[in-house]
Write a protein that binds this ligand. Structure first.
Ligand SMILES: Nc1ncnc2c1ncn2[C@@H]1O[C@H](COP(=O)(O)OP(=O)(O)O)[C@@H](O)[C@H]1O
Ligand SMILES: O=P(O)(O)OC[C@H]1O[C@](O)(COP(=O)(O)O)[C@@H](O)[C@@H]1O
Length: 303
């Protein structure tokens, strides 16, 4: 089974305006509201692709009820732990450029964290665990490292999609896969990662720090995959992004979907790129049909 953990779920409020002018009132042209947060997005894309997963994490208040309802409607099993304060709302303003405003996280009491740990202690070596997204301020900053230490004892493979300290301090626990974007990878090493060569170089340094497989996403410029045996670069024709929110999460889901069906890392990487790109260039998340149509446009080069 695949489990996803979203420590900090959200309602993502996507709103389209013509032009953003600071200090003025804007009339929205279009809007939509979805249950968000990186682990939840991974569960949604896995569901689109036909894979079952269980979504875990903390939700609370009226926003938390919305998140639960949406997952119920989508047919995604969830075992969220309730907290008292409202789950956050993240605003995604789409004008000439995209501007994000991430809301304040609810307080997560220690008892809720212990409950999550109890849930995770039931996982087995057949399971994959996705730890994705930010960690609320009230949760220990090294929670991913702590969870991974426990998962290593159980033989659970962990996919870690985090940045900053949450990524840095968990790498030594040997995540099965990490998927930083090129900024996040650069931040890890205090470097700038702009080119394929730099992505491969710093991706390999992440292997030295403990990661088993690394995908470096580079938005519209492509992506890179490295592990101890292989290195690949993915290229695709330049496209206008329509909605890049969840593109990275779609990559994680695409890789997992293919890998858990026995595909080799090269094919899993290609599917990851197709999933990320078709999410980025469409309004909703990727679908199997869109992925199928996009796959032939991806060139994978072994480096
Ligand atoms: N403009 C675009 N055209 C095509 N694919 C895109 C575009 N922007 C993002 N993608 C796809 O989505 C993936 C993840 O995007 P990226 O922005 O790097 O990740 P994140 O959402 O984690 O920041 C990229 O590797 C690529 O496959
Ligand atoms: O937990 P974080 O890092 O604040 O990210 C949460 C946000 O990221 C998203 O999961 C989108 O992530 P990506 O665009 O990186 O795939 C949104 O749904 C959510 O609002």
């Amino acid at each position: 089974m695949i489990y996803t953990v979203t420590m900090n779920p959200s309602i993502d409020y996507h709103v389209w305006i013509k032009t953003m002018v600071e200090g003025t009132i804007h009339q929205a042209q279009k809007e939509w509201k979805t249950a968000g947060g990186k682990g939840i997005n991974v569960s949604k894309v896995l569901r689109n692709l036909g894979s079952v997963s269980v979504a875990l994490g903390f939700v609370g208040g009226f926003t938390g009820s919305f998140i639960r309802q949406q997952l119920d409607q989508d047919g995604i099993e969830h075992r969220f732990i309730p907290v008292t304060q409202d789950s956050r709302m993240n605003i995604k303003i789409k004008a000439e450029r995209e501007t994000d405003l991430s809301g304040v996280s609810p307080l997560i009491p220690k008892v809720a964290i212990n409950e999550l740990m109890d849930q995770l202690d039931h996982l087995t070596s057949d399971d994959f665990l996705v730890l994705a997204g930010s960690v609320p301020a009230s949760v220990p900053a090294d929670i991913y490292r702590i969870i991974m230490q426990r998962m290593n004892q159980l033989g659970v493979r962990v996919i870690l999609d985090a940045k900053g300290a949450a990524l840095d301090n968990a790498l030594a626990e040997r995540p099965f896969l990490i998927k930083p974007n090129h900024y996040e990878l650069g931040e890890l090493f205090g470097a700038s990662v702009e080119t394929t060569e730099e992505a491969v170089h710093y991706g390999r340094r992440a292997l030295d720090l403990g990661a088993t497989n690394v995908i470096v996403s580079m938005a519209g410029q492509g992506a890179v995959f490295v592990n101890r045996e292989k290195a690949f670069a993915a290229q695709f024709p330049k496209q206008q992004a329509v909605n890049s929110i969840g593109a990275g999460d779609s990559m994680v889901a695409g890789f997992l979907y293919a890998y858990t069906r026995g595909q080799q890392v090269k094919e899993a990487f290609q599917l990851a790129v197709a999933a990320g790109s078709t999410t980025a260039i469409s309004e909703g998340f990727c679908t199997p049909e869109k992925i199928e149509a996009f796959l032939p446009h991806i060139t994978i080069t072994e480096l």
